[in-house]
Design a protein around this ligand. Structure first.
Ligand code: F3S
Length: 60
């Protein structure tokens, strides 16, 4: 399992980092990056659901 961000889709909303700061952080390019790809924290799903552009997904 791997958490991935579609950088094309991400608009830098930042809700992912707010909800789940151990997994997502905002990068210098103003978009989110994943800092813990293997995390199974429940907040990952919260971030997936909250992202306005559906830029976050999980690769099985
Ligand atoms: Fe980007 Fe969605 Fe997070 S737009 S900053 S991945 S909430």
């Amino acid at each position: 399992m791997k958490i991935i961000i579609d950088k094309e889709a991400c608009i830098g909303d930042g809700i992912c980092e707010s909800l789940c700061p151990d997994v997502f952080q905002m990068a210098d390019d103003g978009k989110a990056e994943v800092i813990d790809e293997q995390s199974n924290e429940p907040c990952v799903q919260d971030a997936i659901d909250a992202c306005p552009t559906e830029a976050i997904s999980i690769e099985e």
